[in-house]
Every structure is written in C-alpha cells, then in structure tokens.
Design a protein around this ligand. Sequence first.
Ligand SMILES: *Cc1c(COP(=O)(O)O)cnc(C)c1O
Length: 376
Amino acid sequence: MTSTYWFKDSQELIDYQEGNYGSFEYGRYGNPTTKACEEKIRLLEGGEDCLLSSSGMNSAICMLLALVPANGHIVTTTDCYRRTRQFVQTFMPKMGVTCTVLDPSDYDGLEKALDEHDCSLYFSESPTNPYLRCVDIERIAKLCKPKGCLVCIDGTFATPVNLKALKHGADLVIHSASKYFGGHNDVLAGAIVGDKETVAKVRQFHNILGGVIDPHAAYLVMRGIKTLQLRVERHNENAMKLATALEKHPMIEKVHYPGLPSHPDHEVAKKYMNGFGGVVSFEVKGDLWATAKFIDNCRLPYIAPSLGGVESLIEQPTVVSYWDQGPERRAEIGIKDNLVRMACGIEDYADIEADIIQALDSIKDGVEAPAKATSA
Ligand SMILES: *Cc1c(COP(=O)(O)O)cnc(C)c1O
C-alpha cells in the first residue's frame, strides 16, 4: 500500500530516468501487488503484457481512447454491455469516430465495413450480454488482420478458463475483473491483455488518465484467481443444467445459452470454448409484470446486476439496465420485457433448480399489472 516510491539520492533518480534503476516512481504508474496480479492474468490469457485498472469500463475506455485515432472507424456488435455501447455511440463521435454496428454473426457485413472504412478496431464481447452470442474469432481475425484492424474481445463472460481468445487470433482481450476473476461480488477491477506494443500504448494513456486500481483491490482479484478454475467449472455445470431444465419448462418461451443446440452460435461456441459460462438468459411466458413477479418469487438468487460471483444473481434487463429507454427503444435494440438474465452462482444445483421452478410455477395462473405501472 503505497502512493509514492522514494530514491536514496539524486543519482538513483537520474539512474531511474536513464533506465538503469527500476522503480514504479509513483502509484499511478504501478504497484508491486498490482503487477503480481497482472502477471497472473497475463499468463492465464497467454499474452505478452497485462494492464490492470480500476474497473472493466475504465479498461475498455482507455483501450478505445488509446488505440482509435480521431476520425477513425470501429466495428462493434449489436448485443453489448450497455455502458460500452453508450461510450461508443455518445462520446466517440466527439472525436469524429464513427461506428458500424453488426449482428455478431454478420461476417459479410464485417467484410463490407473493412472495405468501405479505414477500420482501426473490431470490438465484441464473446459471449455477449445478454443473448450470449459467440463470435468466430479466427474468421474475424482473418478478415481484420490484412486490413490492419485490431481485434479486441471482451471475454468477461467466458474467462480464460472457457476461452483463450488470443490463441485464436485476437489482438487484445479485455475483462471486467469485477466478475469471475474477483469472483465474490466484493471488488471492482478491469484488465486488458495483448502484445507488448499495444498494451504499452494503453498503459501510457492509463498513466495519464489515472483510473488506477487500489493495491488492496488488486490483492482481492489475485485471491479470487486462486479459485477461478474451480468456480468456473461449477458455474458452467450449474448453468448448463439450468438451461437444459428451463428449455423443458412450460412457462418458458425461449432459452438463450450457447451450450444448447438451439442457440444460434452453438457450433461456434463448441469450436472455441471449454465450457459455456455461468450466465443463462431466458424469456418467460408472460409480460413485463409476470416476469417481474417470477423474479420477486425467487428466493435463492439476489436481485442485482452483475455476474461472476459465488452467489447467484437474477435480473430483468428491462428493469435493471434499460428502464429509462422506454418500450420502443428497447424493442429497437432487442431487449424483450420478458427477458431474464440469471448469473448462476456456485450453490448446490438442486437448490437453484428447485427455487427457479417454484417461482415459475407461481406465475402459471397469470399476473395482473400493478395499479401504478408507470414508464413501462
Ligand atoms: C461488467 C461488464 C463490463 C464493465 O465492467 P465494470 O468492472 O463493471 O466496469 C464490461 N463488459 C462486460 C461484458 C461486463 O459484464
């Protein structure tokens, strides 16, 4: 825990300036605990360098600002973390940066965008939030590389236990370490991994911007990583079983899980992933209010945003992330009011299933909208 690093005399400082003495100099430029954590994440992803920062959003924004030139062009996908989309669509245009937004499996669209624009960056989650779309990384890299377009995958939902995006040709992998790396819903952090040169560009900008992670937070991430493999195996197992059970339930309209043959990217997911992750999205047979009632009647998962912790969390994207958008805008971006996102924890699977099934059964006979249903 330190904010500055002292030198024994001016000569040592001069040696440091000339690259002959190693120091972080100041807390914004580095910390030994943070560095140890970066090294672990770097090794897990198989990259040359890793930069840890104060949050996943900070990592994503540092990366975008450091690597995309003014008046540049980027390609992203329709299904995407709300705040990333917001930054790309409302702040990047201030630097003249334009964006092509594609369906995750629209490879012809990607080819066209690469032909028509000087694209600096392709950026997609895999799996995406909340529909868990998975992108064909090798195919994307093959299209992007010859055009000098960097490929960055947000691997938060996958973790390196399930997906090693760099091995398949991505240039960069980004993580909200607040999720599976931390793993206990008690710390915010972000990470970016890639080749030395590219990460150095991001680090240089990060050193100026200052979204530095606190060393204690870095320690918590490192402690979480000790059990990452075990936890993710259990998350995978619980989610796969729940997705399978839900698909058979009469109160479910549709299940979105890349481990199911019914998912549009099942083949892609099978090609790249060791497991399909802990998040299951599904559509309840019923409207916004029936779906809310189902969630209220669940007793095991907490009603909360986020994912990746040991506790199961459940949310209705319409209510938690898109309430301010109104029904038309939600329809436009494909957020259905009956959609539920369940981030399976590592509890005993039988407890999870029993609870979700009893909550679904509780809305079988219909649910009335509350009298003061406002903005929905
Ligand atoms: C949570 C999340 C982020 C943002 O990370 P924070 O650590 O909350 O800032 C970005 N991308 C994905 C896919 C996420 O789930």
